[in-house]
Design a binder for this molecule. Structure first.
Ligand code: TYD
Length: 202
């Protein structure tokens, strides 16, 4: 039996991370073995790359290549073996984030992103991608009240995040078979109800 691969996506401040553990727990209650992981990160090397990616300025292509380098390691060490064992993998961000941030936000050509995606995981796509969507102003307020040091992406201007949001929505539109948009400007209860409905179908 093969496991299933679920990814969480959204602009910074969409609140997706708080739902990752909750969803994993719900799946475990169904008797499934679930691995929770994140990108960039998920392996010892990936977490080192994450630290660089979030804090060190670099050329856009370097940034993109490092995202995919971390992903390659993550797939080889964590995601593919877990799925092969029949486990479920719940991952906080994956390749849709690279299309949205490096592509939409920073303007890297789509052909380069597609080539890297093809190279790194030609035969693997998430079974389900949950896109947490909300207006930018609400997301920015949430980040502001969190009052912690902001990383390189969170420090970007509003127009960057607007482009990221737009790129995510466009991707959801282009991949209706696996992507579901969740209205994240909603109560915790309503969001969880919607998540329950969605996972009941997979
Ligand atoms: P995230 O884990 O959501 O940040 P936080 O810990 O603050 O909730 O994601 C880290 C950042 O990395 C986020 O701003 C988006 C960015 N990112 C990319 O730009 N490209 C990618 O491919 C990935 C996976 C993340």
């Amino acid at each position: 039996m093969k496991g299933k691969f679920i990814t969480f996506e959204g602009i910074d401040g969409a609140g997706k991370s708080s739902h990752v553990d909750w969803l994993a727990e719900r799946l475990r209650q169904r008797g499934l073995t679930v691995q929770v992981t994140r990108e960039p990160g998920g392996t010892a090397l990936g977490e080192k790359l994450r630290d660089l990616l979030l804090n060190q300025s670099m050329h856009l292509e370097t940034e993109t290549l490092l995202m995919f380098a971390a992903r390659r390691e993550h797939l080889a060490q964590v995601i593919e073996p877990a799925l092969a064992r029949g486990e479920w993998v719940v991952c906080d961000r994956f390749t849709d984030a690279t299309h949205a941030y490096q592509g939409g936000g920073r303007g890297l050509e789509r052909s380069k992103l597609q080539a890297l995606e093809h190279w790194v995981h030609e035969h693997l796509q998430p079974n389900l991608t949950l896109l947490f969507d909300l207006p930018l102003e609400v997301a920015r307020e949430r980040i502001a009240v969190a009052s912690r040091d902001l990383d390189r992406f969170e420090q970007e201007r509003a127009d960057f995040h607007e482009r990221v949001r737009h790129a995510y929505l466009e991707r959801a539109h282009g991949h209706p078979e696996r992507m579901r948009v969740i209205d994240a400007n909603n109560t915790l209860d309503n969001i969880r109800k919607r998540l329950e409905e969605i996972i009941a179908t997979i």
